[in-house]
Design a protein around this ligand. Structure first.
Ligand SMILES: N[C@@H](CCC(=O)N[C@@H](CS)C(=O)NCC(=O)O)C(=O)O
Length: 203
C-alpha cells in the first residue's frame, strides 16, 4: 500500500500514527506529495490534491483520514480504533467529533497564516483564533474525561495532531491558562508513534 502525505499535515499524521500503532510500517510505503501547487504530479494520483490518500494493494484509492484509519484498523481483524457499542461509543464519538472540529478550525487558521501577509484575511484570522481559544477552554475541562487517557484512541490521536499542528502557527499560543491540556499533550507526545510523526519545526 502507498500512503501519500505531507510532513506538516495533521490529517496525514493521524493516518501515519495508525500505520505505526497497527504495526503496518512494513506494508505501507509513505510517500511525500506536493500539495497546493499548480500542476503537481500528485493530482494524477488524487485529483482532489488532498492528503492523506491511501492507495490500497488492490489499486483502490481512499481519501480522508477517518476512512483510511478505519480501513487500516480493519486489516488484522482486530480493530482497536473503532467505536465501542453503547454509551461508551457515543462518548468516544462525541470526543472524536470535538477533536476533529478543533483540528478543522486550526487547519484553516494555519493555512491562512502560511499565506503571504498581503493575501491574509484579518477577519478569517480573528474568527479562527477566537474559535480555537474557545475550544482550548473546552478541552481544558474535557481532557479529564477518562477516554482521553488509557488506551490510545481516535479522539486522543486527533487532538494530539491538532495541538501538534499549532507548533507551525507562530501566532497561536494555547498553553497559558490550559495547564491540564498542556500536561496531557506533553505526555501523549512522548508515545513513540506520536513522537515519530511530529511535524517539522517551521523557521
Ligand atoms: N477531511 C480530510 C482533510 C484533509 C486535508 O484537508 N488535508 C490538507 C492538508 S492538512 C490538504 O491536503 N490540503 C491540500 C489542498 O487543499 O490542496 C481528512 O480528514 O483527511
Amino acid at each position: 500500500m502507498k500512503l501519500y502525505i505531507t510532513k506538516g499535515s495533521p490529517y496525514a499524521r493521524i493516518a501515519r500514527i495508525v500505520v505505526l500503532e497497527k504495526g503496518l510500517a512494513d506494508r505501507v510505503e509513505i510517500i511525500s506529495a506536493k500539495t497546493r501547487q499548480a500542476d503537481s504530479p500528485y493530482y494524477s494520483v488524487n485529483p482532489s490534491g488532498r492528503v492523506p490518500h491511501l492507495f490500497r494493494d488492490d489499486g483502490v484509492g481512499l481519501e480522508d483520514s477517518a476512512l483510511i484509519c478505519a480501513y487500516l484498523d480493519s486489516l488484522d481483524g482486530k480493530p482497536a480504533f473503532g467505536f465501542p457499542e453503547g454509551e461508551q461509543g457515543w462518548e468516544t464519538r462525541r470526543l472524536e467529533a470535538l477533536a476533529r472540529s478543533t483540528l478543522d478550525g486550526l487547519a484553516v487558521l494555519g493555512r491562512e497564516t502560511f499565506r503571504p501577509k498581503i493575501e491574509q484575511s484579518p477577519t478569517t484570522l480573528q474568527h479562527e483564533a477566537d474559535r480555537a481559544r474557545r475550544l482550548m477552554d473546552v478541552w481544558e475541562r474535557e481532557i479529564e474525561n477518562p477516554l482521553m487517557h488509557g488506551a490510545l484512541n481516535l479522539p486522543q490521536i486527533t487532538l494530539a495532531c491538532a495541538l501538534g499542528f499549532t507548533a507551525l502557527i507562530a501566532e497561536f499560543e494555547w498553553r497559558s491558562g490550559h495547564p491540564k491540556l498542556g500536561a496531557w499533550f506533553d505526555k501523549i507526545s512522548a508515545i513513540p508513534s506520536v513522537a515519530a510523526t511530529a511535524p517539522p519545526v517551521r523557521r
